[in-house]
Design a protein around this ligand. Structure first.
Ligand SMILES: [Zn+2]
Length: 318
């Protein structure tokens, strides 16, 4: 596909090359090892429409190959990850919490160490202790500032946790022991939220309130596995209407662990908050929570296209 069209090439060869552009437009890469596939600018996404990434190239990832994303894990590590994922999936916590833990396992959170590695910030050190790089293990466990929080629950101080060097192993120990994974995952969520707010200069939950706040959330999620009443009230209160001639499309995905399925919900509202259109769809359970959310967002966009609306604002949640 990269061959040059030389002046003295044969008639047959020139004819073949003339068809190349047509083939390029419709052809899609079969990923294989991913070593030959550029993440940007080539058709490799498994979808008929827009098979290439259309967002701007992320700084630091210009020459990325699909192989760096696939990374061909071994059979045993794939199996271990699947088992771990099933355990995370079964937690009675909001989807956003499961997503955070999974992204931490895949080291895809914007920790300062990751941002520094991608040359987005000049310093990868922890915002709080300013002693070590803020990688996943530091942000969620190793930072000295978290010591009194860890002391509050003895199971979180066990040797196997302290010796873990990789977050996936660490979470594996949390699930294997008596460390109360539900509460732990809510603490991780609050810590992650806190770090984000710190980076953005927003008010943060004090460290000594993280455990108490997480316990409250645990009690709430026991009363409603999908979404707590408090969360619903908060989300309703923060809905803002769109401007004239604009429409807001709210979308969300929910998971049904019992029958291994997921639901996508989409509602389009005008500026008075009146429902213009809605759609719900049940699908087989995808591998990750983030996929459920992305599919819900895609369904929202499809609804807008189907109905011919182009002044739309997409918003997650209802
Ligand atoms: Zn620190």
């Amino acid at each position: 596909m990269e061959a040059k069209n030389l002046v003295n090439a044969s008639y047959a060869w020139k004819s073949i090359l003339m068809g190349r552009d047509v083939i390029k437009r419709g052809a899609t890469w079969r990923i294989g090892s991913g070593l030959s596939v550029n993440v940007w600018g080539e058709n490799w996404l498994p979808t008929k429409h827009n098979p290439r990434i259309i967002t701007p190239v992320v700084v630091g990832w210009e020459g990325a190959k699909e192989a760096s994303r696939v990374q061909q894990p071994s059979q045993s590590s794939t199996q271990a990850l699947k088992l771990l994922w099933n355990k995370i999936w079964a937690l009675n916590v909001p989807n956003k919490v499961k997503t955070l833990i999974w992204r931490a396992c895949k080291n895809s959170l914007p920790t300062k160490a990751n941002l520094f590695r991608r040359k987005i910030i000049p310093d990868g050190r922890c915002e709080i202790c300013k002693q070590e790089d803020e990688d996943i293990m530091h942000a969620f466990y190793r930072c000295p500032a978290l010591q009194s929080l860890k002391n509050s629950i003895p199971a979180w101080n066990q040797g196997s946790l302290k010796q873990s060097t990789c977050f996936t192993d660490f979470i594996g120990f949390i699930f294997a022991g008596t460390a109360n994974p539900t509460l732990f995952s809510l603490v991780l969520w609050n810590l992650g939220n806190r770090l984000n707010n710190l980076k953005l200069g927003k008010p943060t939950l004090p460290l000594d309130k993280v455990l108490e706040h997480s316990r409250e959330r645990q009690l709430e999620s026991h009363s409603s596995p999908m979404m707590s009443t408090k969360q619903r009230r908060m989300q309703t209160a923060t809905w803002t209407p769109p401007q004239d001639n604009w429409y807001k499309i709210n979308f969300d995905g929910v998971t049904f662990a019992d029958d291994r399925s997921a639901g996508l919900g989409v509602v389009m509202l005008n500026k008075e908050g009146r429902v213009m259109a809605s759609v719900s769809q049940k699908i087989p359970l995808p591998m990750t929570v983030i996929e459920v959310e992305v599919l819900a967002a895609r369904r929202a966009l499809e609804l807008a296209v189907e109905l011919g609306f182009d002044h739309i604002i997409l918003e997650r949640g209802f």
